[in-house]
Design a protein around this ligand. Structure first.
Ligand SMILES: NC(=O)c1ccc[n+]([C@@H]2O[C@H](COP(=O)([O-])OP(=O)(O)OC[C@H]3O[C@@H](n4cnc5c(N)ncnc54)[C@H](O)[C@@H]3O)[C@@H](O)[C@H]2O)c1
Length: 437
């Protein structure tokens, strides 16, 4: 490593901006590069480009140590460790699109003492392929990111573990990366590159599997009169199972689970191995998003001309990220059934506007509920738990709610005059409303 002491960050999206801001908070100078000139301009003016708790404060507080640029040369001059945080979206075939990663590799220069630290999620084998192309003077370390949107700063600053995968020849870069993460605590897992890449994909695939599993349990609960929240509570207390990611709902979304599960399935397929379990995980998730339609039809009959209010659009609370959000599928399905869809989200409206053709966006939950035949809670934003539901009920044409995240208290909603349906919870008889009137 040379004496150039800034940390380089390439790609300033969720992972990159959090990485840059957190390293700055830890006292490092950071030069962060993005190809999106508008984003770089906004960040240079001090405007944080994504909604993530605590991030704007961190960026403002550490502005002196943070430089944003579109210029790769500036980054290469200032930093030796280059954290690659570019997006790796799915291709139409479901493989990971590595074109942005490849573009970064193509811009590197030999002999500068640089090391790439791959935080982008890439299929196992990517590091080995890059290593073969890289000049020997450039180090390569796989350091996958495990932060969760909505608690990204907290996750970065207090990781469960930090995975560092490298070839023996890259020991110097490994030591430099380990030094950076040391103050954060969390076990450092030293391993080879392919294993580090697999740890990331396998972790996300496992969590997605847990979600699809509990969603199938929920669907069976509905048939046998059990309550999945009780079942999950009882299961989760078993230390071998754990309660995390055991919450039934209308399916996972976001920028990671769908694409990473698909990328792992395709990765396996490309080697000739048929990963059967992941096919089911994906299919269950797709169908789960659509089950709400049947629940509404049970109460309302045909949805033609019915006004349905969606509460929450982002794929999870505390983010404005709409990538693969369940709301997108649900809104389209409801429109397909002839319903009029209105929606409210506390922060994701701007991000959602272009994605939700024909959906009327409202400025508050109460506005969205006005005159609605039913409402669906799609994202568990805390403000929905605090809503005065008793005041909301008379504003609706019919006080019917499908709680897609099992977030609200059924008894309280029923006391407020609602017909309440959760996911995998005791079913409200359809007769409580007049179907089809
Ligand atoms: N978002 C998450 O919660 C999360 C968590 C863990 C891992 N990851 C992984 O981290 C990676 C980044 O995810 P994200 O959500 O931050 O993506 P993002 O789309 O929010 O940000 C990626 C950024 O990279 C920029 N970029 C693209 N090509 C570039 C280049 N050649 N040089 C500089 N910048 C470039 C884009 O303009 C964009 O700003 C992905 O591989 C993702 O799977 C994401």
């Amino acid at each position: 490593m040379s004496e150039r002491d800034a940390i380089g960050v390439i790609g300033v999206g969720w992972v990159g901006l959090v990485t840059a801001a957190c390293f700055a908070e830890l006292g490092h100078r950071v030069v962060a590069r993005d190809i999106d000139a508008e984003k770089v301009k906004a960040l240079s003016r001090g405007e944080t480009t994504i909604h993530e708790p605590g991030l704007a404060d961190l960026v403002a507080k550490n502005a002196e140590r943070l430089t944003f640029t579109t210029d790769m040369g500036e980054l290469l001059d200032a930093a030796t460790l280059l954290f690659v945080c570019v997006d790796t979206p799915p291709t139409p075939s479901g493989d990971a699109d590595l074109s942005r990663v490849r573009a970064v590799v193509a811009e590197l220069r030999a002999g500068g003492g640089h090391a790439l630290v791959m935080k982008s999620t890439v299929p196992a084998g990517t590091g080995a392929a890059i290593r073969r192309e890289l000049d020997e003077s450039i180090g390569y370390v796989s350091c996958p990111e495990f932060l969760k949107e909505g608690s990204a700063v907290e996750d970065f600053m207090g990781p469960d573990r930090v995975v560092i995968g490298a070839d023996p020849g890259d020991a110097e870069a490994v030591a430099a990366v380990a030094r950076l993460y040391q103050p954060l605590g969390g076990e450092i897992v030293h391993t080879d590159v392919a294993s580090a890449e697999m740890i990331k994909l396998a972790s996300n695939a496992f969590l997605a599997t847990k979600i699809s599993f509990v969603n199938e349990i929920a669907n069976v609960c509905e048939e046998v009169g059990a309550d999945v929240t009780e079942v999950a509570r009882g299961m989760g207390l078993d230390g071998r199972i754990g309660s995390a990611f055991l919450r039934a709902g209308i399916g996972y979304g976001g920028s990671c689970f769908p694409k990473d599960v698909s990328a792992l399935k395709m990765l396996a397929g490309n080697t000739g191995y048929h990963f059967q379990l992941l096919n089911a995980v994906i299919e269950v998730n797709e169908l789960q998003k659509r089950r709400v339609v049947g629940k509404l039809q049970k109460h309302l009959g045909s949805l033609v001309g019915r006004k349905i209010a969606l509460l929450g659009l982002a794929f999870k609370p505390d983010t404005d990220d709409m990538r693969e959000a369940s709301s997108l599928v649900l809104a389209a399905r409801l429109q397909g059934e002839g319903a009029e869809v209105v929606a409210y989200d506390p922060v994701a409206a701007a991000a959602a506007r272009d994605l939700l053709g024909g959906v009327e966006l409202r400025n508050s939950a109460l506005e969205a509920l006005e005159g609605a035949d039913a409402t669906v809670l799609v994202t568990e934003w805390p403000e929905f738990a605090e809503l005065d539901w008793a005041a909301a009920a008379p504003r609706m044409a019919r006080p019917l709610i499908v709680d897609g995240r099992n977030f609200l208290a059924p008894e309280a909603l029923r006391a407020a005059g609602f017909a309440y349906e959760g996911i995998g919870r005791a079913i409200e008889p359809a007769s409580s409303l007049t179907a089809g009137d």
